[in-house]
Design a protein around this ligand. Structure first.
Ligand code: ZN
Length: 129
């Protein structure tokens, strides 16, 4: 081992991470988990996360193409279900809310139609029944 190499590890990662590394390494040894298995697991998780991210982006882009547009700025609107029961806090019994996705626009429109009814109205409903 090169002289000063432990200090270099501590300098780069800090004492806390070095301690965590040893704790993890000891646990892996006790559990018979190899570095290769851990690397493969982490690679798969990273791949899954990237795939999920791409799917979310694709869904969002599809939504932005099809969604009704904001009457004030033209950006796509998003739909939110309102779960607050009619009464205090929701006096008009609203069931859904359209709101503008543009960062600098505050347009919103409440409705007594459910979110599913709204989606069906705009041909955006993909669920069953
Ligand atoms: Zn807008």
């Amino acid at each position: 081992m090169r002289k000063g190499s432990v200090e270099k590890v501590i300098e780069v990662f800090g004492i806390g991470k070095a301690q965590d590394f040893l704790t993890i390494k000891d646990f892996m040894n006790q559990s018979s988990v190899t570095d290769v298995e851990l690397r493969e697991f982490l690679r798969k998780k990273k791949e899954e996360a990237e795939s999920a991210r791409k799917k979310r982006l694709s869904t969002r882009h599809a939504w932005e193409r099809l969604a009704p547009k904001c009457p004030e700025c033209g950006a796509p609107l998003a739909l939110r279900r309102i779960d607050i029961p009619a009464g205090r806090g929701n006096e008009k019994g609203y069931l859904s809310q359209w709101f503008c996705l543009a960062a600098d626009c505050v347009y919103e429109r409440y409705s007594t139609m459910s979110a599913v009814e709204q989606l069906k109205r705009y041909g955006l409903y993909k669920g069953g029944a």
